[in-house]
Design a protein around this ligand. Structure first.
Ligand code: ATP
Length: 357
Protein backbone atom coordinates (compact mmCIF):
# COMPACT_ATOMS: atom_id res chain seq x y z
CA UNK A 1 0.00 0.00 0.00
CA UNK A 2 1.15 3.53 -0.64
CA UNK A 3 1.32 6.09 2.15
CA UNK A 4 -1.75 7.82 0.81
CA UNK A 5 -3.91 4.70 1.06
CA UNK A 6 -2.56 4.09 4.54
CA UNK A 7 -3.36 7.56 5.75
CA UNK A 8 -6.54 9.55 6.17
CA UNK A 9 -8.83 10.39 3.26
CA UNK A 10 -11.83 12.66 3.59
CA UNK A 11 -14.10 12.69 0.55
CA UNK A 12 -16.76 15.35 -0.04
CA UNK A 13 -17.69 15.60 3.64
CA UNK A 14 -20.55 17.99 4.34
CA UNK A 15 -22.33 19.04 7.50
CA UNK A 16 -25.27 21.32 8.23
CA UNK A 17 -26.53 22.80 11.45
CA UNK A 18 -30.10 23.75 10.65
CA UNK A 19 -30.07 25.81 7.47
CA UNK A 20 -26.35 26.60 7.80
CA UNK A 21 -23.89 24.55 5.78
CA UNK A 22 -20.87 24.55 8.10
CA UNK A 23 -18.85 22.12 5.95
CA UNK A 24 -19.21 22.33 2.19
CA UNK A 25 -18.07 19.04 0.72
CA UNK A 26 -14.52 19.07 2.03
CA UNK A 27 -12.06 16.63 0.45
CA UNK A 28 -8.49 16.12 1.58
CA UNK A 29 -5.98 13.41 2.25
CA UNK A 30 -3.19 13.05 4.75
CA UNK A 31 -0.58 10.47 3.74
CA UNK A 32 0.60 8.14 6.49
CA UNK A 33 3.16 9.70 8.81
CA UNK A 34 2.53 13.29 7.78
CA UNK A 35 1.62 16.19 10.04
CA UNK A 36 -1.08 18.43 8.64
CA UNK A 37 -2.46 21.53 10.31
CA UNK A 38 -5.98 22.72 9.72
CA UNK A 39 -5.89 26.49 9.94
CA UNK A 40 -8.82 28.85 9.82
CA UNK A 41 -10.65 31.63 11.62
CA UNK A 42 -13.21 31.02 14.35
CA UNK A 43 -16.35 29.37 13.01
CA UNK A 44 -14.72 28.08 9.81
CA UNK A 45 -15.66 24.48 10.66
CA UNK A 46 -12.29 23.12 11.87
CA UNK A 47 -13.57 21.48 15.04
CA UNK A 48 -16.62 20.09 13.26
CA UNK A 49 -14.40 18.42 10.67
CA UNK A 50 -12.18 16.94 13.39
CA UNK A 51 -15.22 15.64 15.30
CA UNK A 52 -16.51 13.94 12.16
CA UNK A 53 -13.16 12.21 11.70
CA UNK A 54 -13.06 11.18 15.38
CA UNK A 55 -16.65 9.91 15.17
CA UNK A 56 -18.11 12.30 17.76
CA UNK A 57 -20.41 13.93 15.17
CA UNK A 58 -21.97 12.24 12.14
CA UNK A 59 -21.28 13.67 8.69
CA UNK A 60 -24.33 14.65 6.63
CA UNK A 61 -22.59 13.65 3.41
CA UNK A 62 -19.35 12.15 2.25
CA UNK A 63 -16.97 9.54 3.59
CA UNK A 64 -13.93 9.14 5.81
CA UNK A 65 -11.33 6.44 5.17
CA UNK A 66 -8.48 5.57 7.53
CA UNK A 67 -5.76 3.09 6.60
CA UNK A 68 -7.89 1.72 3.79
CA UNK A 69 -11.02 1.18 5.93
CA UNK A 70 -14.17 3.27 5.56
CA UNK A 71 -14.87 4.57 9.07
CA UNK A 72 -17.65 7.07 8.31
CA UNK A 73 -20.27 5.27 10.44
CA UNK A 74 -17.98 3.44 12.84
CA UNK A 75 -18.31 4.20 16.60
CA UNK A 76 -15.39 6.32 17.87
CA UNK A 77 -13.98 3.60 20.14
CA UNK A 78 -13.45 1.32 17.14
CA UNK A 79 -11.58 3.87 15.05
CA UNK A 80 -8.16 3.63 16.70
CA UNK A 81 -7.76 7.40 16.77
CA UNK A 82 -6.03 9.34 19.56
CA UNK A 83 -7.54 12.71 20.41
CA UNK A 84 -6.22 15.68 22.40
CA UNK A 85 -8.31 18.76 23.11
CA UNK A 86 -7.49 22.26 24.30
CA UNK A 87 -8.63 21.48 27.82
CA UNK A 88 -6.82 18.50 29.14
CA UNK A 89 -9.78 16.69 30.75
CA UNK A 90 -7.54 14.33 32.69
CA UNK A 91 -9.33 12.39 35.42
CA UNK A 92 -8.47 14.40 38.58
CA UNK A 93 -8.73 11.48 41.01
CA UNK A 94 -6.33 9.26 39.05
CA UNK A 95 -2.55 9.48 38.93
CA UNK A 96 -0.81 10.38 35.68
CA UNK A 97 0.03 6.71 35.08
CA UNK A 98 -3.57 5.64 35.75
CA UNK A 99 -4.87 8.34 33.42
CA UNK A 100 -2.62 7.13 30.64
CA UNK A 101 -3.31 3.45 31.29
CA UNK A 102 -7.08 3.91 31.41
CA UNK A 103 -7.67 3.47 27.67
CA UNK A 104 -5.57 0.30 27.67
CA UNK A 105 -7.51 -1.07 30.62
CA UNK A 106 -10.77 -0.46 28.73
CA UNK A 107 -9.30 -2.35 25.81
CA UNK A 108 -8.53 -5.29 28.06
CA UNK A 109 -4.74 -4.99 27.95
CA UNK A 110 -3.13 -7.01 30.78
CA UNK A 111 -1.66 -5.19 33.77
CA UNK A 112 2.03 -5.92 33.13
CA UNK A 113 1.86 -4.80 29.51
CA UNK A 114 -0.12 -1.74 30.55
CA UNK A 115 2.60 -0.73 32.96
CA UNK A 116 5.37 -1.11 30.42
CA UNK A 117 3.49 0.82 27.73
CA UNK A 118 2.64 3.62 30.15
CA UNK A 119 6.29 3.83 31.16
CA UNK A 120 7.42 3.88 27.54
CA UNK A 121 5.04 6.65 26.54
CA UNK A 122 5.89 8.69 29.66
CA UNK A 123 9.54 8.54 28.57
CA UNK A 124 8.51 9.62 25.08
CA UNK A 125 6.89 12.80 26.41
CA UNK A 126 9.75 13.31 28.92
CA UNK A 127 7.51 12.85 31.96
CA UNK A 128 9.05 9.62 33.26
CA UNK A 129 9.24 10.91 36.85
CA UNK A 130 5.66 12.10 37.03
CA UNK A 131 3.68 8.84 36.83
CA UNK A 132 2.56 8.91 40.46
CA UNK A 133 1.49 12.55 40.53
CA UNK A 134 -2.11 13.69 40.35
CA UNK A 135 -2.99 16.05 37.44
CA UNK A 136 -3.59 18.95 39.86
CA UNK A 137 0.11 18.83 40.79
CA UNK A 138 1.21 19.45 37.18
CA UNK A 139 1.62 22.65 35.18
CA UNK A 140 -0.57 23.27 32.12
CA UNK A 141 2.24 22.27 29.76
CA UNK A 142 2.86 19.05 31.70
CA UNK A 143 -0.86 18.23 31.68
CA UNK A 144 -0.91 18.58 27.91
CA UNK A 145 2.06 16.22 27.63
CA UNK A 146 0.13 13.69 29.71
CA UNK A 147 -2.92 14.18 27.47
CA UNK A 148 -0.67 13.53 24.48
CA UNK A 149 0.78 10.42 26.14
CA UNK A 150 -2.74 9.17 26.85
CA UNK A 151 -3.68 9.63 23.19
CA UNK A 152 -0.50 7.89 21.97
CA UNK A 153 -0.44 4.92 24.34
CA UNK A 154 -3.12 3.12 22.32
CA UNK A 155 -0.76 3.30 19.29
CA UNK A 156 -3.36 5.12 17.20
CA UNK A 157 -3.39 5.11 13.41
CA UNK A 158 -4.28 8.77 13.57
CA UNK A 159 -3.68 11.53 16.10
CA UNK A 160 -6.17 14.41 16.18
CA UNK A 161 -5.27 17.55 18.08
CA UNK A 162 -7.77 20.35 18.60
CA UNK A 163 -6.02 23.57 19.66
CA UNK A 164 -3.92 21.61 22.17
CA UNK A 165 -1.61 24.53 22.90
CA UNK A 166 -3.95 27.48 22.99
CA UNK A 167 -4.63 27.42 26.74
CA UNK A 168 -0.89 27.66 27.47
CA UNK A 169 1.04 30.89 27.84
CA UNK A 170 3.42 31.97 25.10
CA UNK A 171 6.69 30.54 26.42
CA UNK A 172 5.23 27.17 27.46
CA UNK A 173 3.31 27.01 24.19
CA UNK A 174 6.56 27.28 22.26
CA UNK A 175 8.22 24.57 24.35
CA UNK A 176 5.31 22.17 24.02
CA UNK A 177 5.01 22.84 20.31
CA UNK A 178 8.66 21.85 19.79
CA UNK A 179 8.07 18.75 21.88
CA UNK A 180 5.02 17.95 19.80
CA UNK A 181 7.02 18.19 16.60
CA UNK A 182 9.73 15.90 18.01
CA UNK A 183 7.22 13.35 19.35
CA UNK A 184 5.31 13.25 16.04
CA UNK A 185 8.55 12.72 14.13
CA UNK A 186 9.71 10.00 16.56
CA UNK A 187 6.44 8.07 16.51
CA UNK A 188 5.64 8.75 12.85
CA UNK A 189 1.95 8.89 13.70
CA UNK A 190 -0.28 10.50 11.06
CA UNK A 191 -1.43 13.75 12.65
CA UNK A 192 -4.04 16.43 12.02
CA UNK A 193 -4.02 19.45 14.27
CA UNK A 194 -6.59 22.23 14.37
CA UNK A 195 -5.31 25.69 15.12
CA UNK A 196 -6.16 29.30 14.43
CA UNK A 197 -2.55 30.34 15.10
CA UNK A 198 -0.76 30.94 11.79
CA UNK A 199 2.75 30.72 13.17
CA UNK A 200 1.98 27.44 14.91
CA UNK A 201 0.44 26.01 11.74
CA UNK A 202 3.45 26.98 9.62
CA UNK A 203 5.99 25.74 12.17
CA UNK A 204 4.50 22.32 12.79
CA UNK A 205 3.08 21.15 9.52
CA UNK A 206 4.28 19.18 6.53
CA UNK A 207 1.19 20.66 4.90
CA UNK A 208 -1.17 23.41 5.93
CA UNK A 209 -4.85 23.25 5.01
CA UNK A 210 -6.62 26.60 5.13
CA UNK A 211 -10.33 26.38 5.86
CA UNK A 212 -12.73 29.30 5.59
CA UNK A 213 -16.52 29.33 5.64
CA UNK A 214 -16.61 25.52 5.66
CA UNK A 215 -14.53 25.16 2.48
CA UNK A 216 -10.85 24.46 1.87
CA UNK A 217 -9.28 27.57 0.39
CA UNK A 218 -5.77 26.27 -0.12
CA UNK A 219 -3.49 23.41 0.88
CA UNK A 220 0.23 23.16 0.51
CA UNK A 221 3.63 23.16 2.15
CA UNK A 222 4.06 25.99 4.68
CA UNK A 223 6.60 27.91 2.59
CA UNK A 224 4.48 27.55 -0.51
CA UNK A 225 1.26 28.66 1.10
CA UNK A 226 3.01 31.57 2.78
CA UNK A 227 4.80 32.83 -0.31
CA UNK A 228 2.14 31.90 -2.86
CA UNK A 229 -1.26 32.42 -1.26
CA UNK A 230 -4.09 31.47 -3.61
CA UNK A 231 -6.27 34.44 -2.78
CA UNK A 232 -6.61 37.57 -0.72
CA UNK A 233 -8.10 35.71 2.24
CA UNK A 234 -5.23 33.22 2.54
CA UNK A 235 -2.69 35.97 1.91
CA UNK A 236 -4.00 38.13 4.74
CA UNK A 237 -4.65 35.25 7.11
CA UNK A 238 -1.08 33.94 7.07
CA UNK A 239 0.60 37.13 8.23
CA UNK A 240 1.35 40.70 7.26
CA UNK A 241 1.15 41.35 3.53
CA UNK A 242 1.01 44.35 1.22
CA UNK A 243 -1.77 44.27 -1.34
CA UNK A 244 -0.81 46.82 -3.99
CA UNK A 245 -3.23 47.93 -6.70
CA UNK A 246 -1.29 47.59 -9.96
CA UNK A 247 -1.99 47.27 -13.68
CA UNK A 248 -0.28 44.94 -16.12
CA UNK A 249 1.78 46.69 -18.76
CA UNK A 250 3.68 44.29 -20.97
CA UNK A 251 6.48 42.78 -18.89
CA UNK A 252 6.18 45.57 -16.35
CA UNK A 253 3.71 46.61 -13.68
CA UNK A 254 2.30 50.05 -13.21
CA UNK A 255 1.50 51.52 -9.81
CA UNK A 256 0.00 55.02 -10.07
CA UNK A 257 2.37 56.98 -12.28
CA UNK A 258 5.32 54.63 -11.90
CA UNK A 259 6.30 51.64 -13.95
CA UNK A 260 8.51 49.01 -12.32
CA UNK A 261 10.02 45.63 -13.03
CA UNK A 262 8.19 42.77 -11.30
CA UNK A 263 10.17 39.90 -9.77
CA UNK A 264 11.11 37.17 -12.24
CA UNK A 265 8.73 34.67 -10.63
CA UNK A 266 5.79 36.76 -11.83
CA UNK A 267 6.80 36.75 -15.52
CA UNK A 268 4.56 33.81 -16.37
CA UNK A 269 1.48 35.19 -14.61
CA UNK A 270 2.10 38.57 -16.19
CA UNK A 271 2.35 37.12 -19.68
CA UNK A 272 -1.16 35.70 -19.21
CA UNK A 273 -2.69 38.95 -17.93
CA UNK A 274 -4.58 41.24 -20.27
CA UNK A 275 -2.73 44.50 -20.98
CA UNK A 276 -4.10 47.16 -18.66
CA UNK A 277 -5.76 44.57 -16.38
CA UNK A 278 -6.22 45.78 -12.81
CA UNK A 279 -4.49 43.33 -10.44
CA UNK A 280 -3.35 43.07 -6.89
CA UNK A 281 0.28 42.45 -6.16
CA UNK A 282 0.52 40.56 -2.87
CA UNK A 283 3.97 41.05 -1.36
CA UNK A 284 5.17 40.04 2.09
CA UNK A 285 7.08 42.81 3.88
CA UNK A 286 10.28 40.75 3.81
CA UNK A 287 10.05 40.39 0.03
CA UNK A 288 10.81 44.07 -0.40
CA UNK A 289 14.26 45.62 -0.30
CA UNK A 290 14.40 49.27 0.71
CA UNK A 291 17.23 51.78 0.22
CA UNK A 292 17.53 55.45 0.97
CA UNK A 293 17.44 57.75 -2.04
CA UNK A 294 15.57 58.20 -5.28
CA UNK A 295 14.44 55.26 -7.41
CA UNK A 296 16.44 54.05 -10.39
CA UNK A 297 14.60 52.90 -13.53
CA UNK A 298 12.63 49.71 -12.83
CA UNK A 299 12.42 50.43 -9.10
CA UNK A 300 9.58 51.96 -7.15
CA UNK A 301 10.06 55.36 -5.56
CA UNK A 302 8.35 56.34 -2.32
CA UNK A 303 8.60 58.34 0.84
CA UNK A 304 9.45 57.00 4.29
CA UNK A 305 6.56 57.64 6.66
CA UNK A 306 7.54 55.67 9.77
CA UNK A 307 10.07 53.28 11.27
CA UNK A 308 8.94 50.74 13.85
CA UNK A 309 11.43 48.93 16.05
CA UNK A 310 10.26 45.40 16.87
CA UNK A 311 13.28 43.77 18.54
CA UNK A 312 14.94 41.46 16.00
CA UNK A 313 13.14 43.08 13.08
CA UNK A 314 12.39 46.61 12.02
CA UNK A 315 9.41 47.61 9.93
CA UNK A 316 9.71 50.58 7.63
CA UNK A 317 6.48 52.16 6.42
CA UNK A 318 6.67 53.75 3.02
CA UNK A 319 4.12 55.61 0.95
CA UNK A 320 4.18 54.91 -2.76
CA UNK A 321 1.76 56.81 -5.00
CA UNK A 322 -0.66 57.24 -2.11
CA UNK A 323 -0.52 53.54 -1.12
CA UNK A 324 0.97 52.49 2.21
CA UNK A 325 3.63 49.78 1.95
CA UNK A 326 5.28 48.06 4.88
CA UNK A 327 8.77 46.73 4.47
CA UNK A 328 10.38 44.38 6.92
CA UNK A 329 14.04 44.80 7.39
CA UNK A 330 15.54 41.73 9.00
CA UNK A 331 17.92 43.46 11.32
CA UNK A 332 18.12 46.64 13.32
CA UNK A 333 21.51 47.21 11.60
CA UNK A 334 19.58 48.49 8.63
CA UNK A 335 18.10 51.13 10.84
CA UNK A 336 21.47 51.99 12.37
CA UNK A 337 23.04 52.23 8.89
CA UNK A 338 20.56 55.03 8.09
CA UNK A 339 20.10 57.83 7.58
CA UNK A 340 16.39 57.13 7.77
CA UNK A 341 14.55 60.37 8.20
CA UNK A 342 10.81 60.55 8.08
CA UNK A 343 9.73 62.13 4.82
CA UNK A 344 12.91 61.20 2.90
CA UNK A 345 12.75 59.58 -0.55
CA UNK A 346 13.39 55.82 -0.62
CA UNK A 347 13.41 53.24 -3.36
CA UNK A 348 11.91 49.79 -3.23
CA UNK A 349 12.89 46.62 -5.05
CA UNK A 350 10.14 44.02 -5.09
CA UNK A 351 11.85 40.61 -4.88
CA UNK A 352 8.88 38.26 -4.77
CA UNK A 353 5.14 38.07 -4.49
CA UNK A 354 2.08 36.93 -6.26
CA UNK A 355 -0.45 38.52 -8.61
CA UNK A 356 -4.05 38.13 -7.52
CA UNK A 357 -7.01 38.93 -9.77
N1 ATP B 1 -23.77 21.71 17.74
C1 ATP B 1 -23.91 22.77 16.95
N2 ATP B 1 -25.12 23.30 16.69
C2 ATP B 1 -25.25 24.37 15.87
N3 ATP B 1 -24.22 25.00 15.28
C3 ATP B 1 -23.00 24.55 15.53
C4 ATP B 1 -22.76 23.41 16.37
N4 ATP B 1 -21.42 23.18 16.41
C5 ATP B 1 -20.86 24.13 15.63
N5 ATP B 1 -21.78 24.94 15.09
C6 ATP B 1 -21.53 26.06 14.16
O1 ATP B 1 -20.78 25.56 13.09
C7 ATP B 1 -19.80 26.51 12.66
C8 ATP B 1 -18.42 25.88 12.69
O2 ATP B 1 -18.06 25.61 14.03
P1 ATP B 1 -16.66 24.96 14.43
O3 ATP B 1 -16.63 24.82 15.91
O4 ATP B 1 -16.44 23.76 13.62
O5 ATP B 1 -15.66 26.09 13.97
P2 ATP B 1 -14.13 26.29 14.30
O6 ATP B 1 -13.48 26.65 13.03
O7 ATP B 1 -13.62 25.11 15.04
O8 ATP B 1 -14.16 27.55 15.25
P3 ATP B 1 -13.33 27.88 16.61
O9 ATP B 1 -11.93 28.17 16.18
O10 ATP B 1 -14.03 29.07 17.15
O11 ATP B 1 -13.45 26.66 17.48
C9 ATP B 1 -19.94 27.71 13.59
O12 ATP B 1 -20.71 28.67 12.93
C10 ATP B 1 -20.66 27.14 14.78
O13 ATP B 1 -21.45 28.13 15.39
Amino acid sequence: MTGREDGLTITAVGKDFGPVQVLKDVSLSVPRGEFHTLLGPSGSGKTTLLKIVAGFTPAARGSVTLAGRVITDMPPEHRNIGVVFQHYALFPHMTVAENIGFGLKMRGVAKAERASRVEEVLRLVRMADFGQRKPAALSGGQQQRVALARALVIKPQLLLLDEPLSALDRKVRQEVREELKRIQAETGVTTVMVTHDQEEALFLADRVLVLEGGALRQQGAPTDIYSHPADEFVAGFLGAINLLAVTAQGQSLRLGNQTFAPPAELAEALAKANPGAALQLAVRPEQILVQPGAALPGQLGGRLIATEFGGPVVTLRVEVEGQAVSVLSLSPDVLAAGPWEIGMPVCLVIRGGRLLP
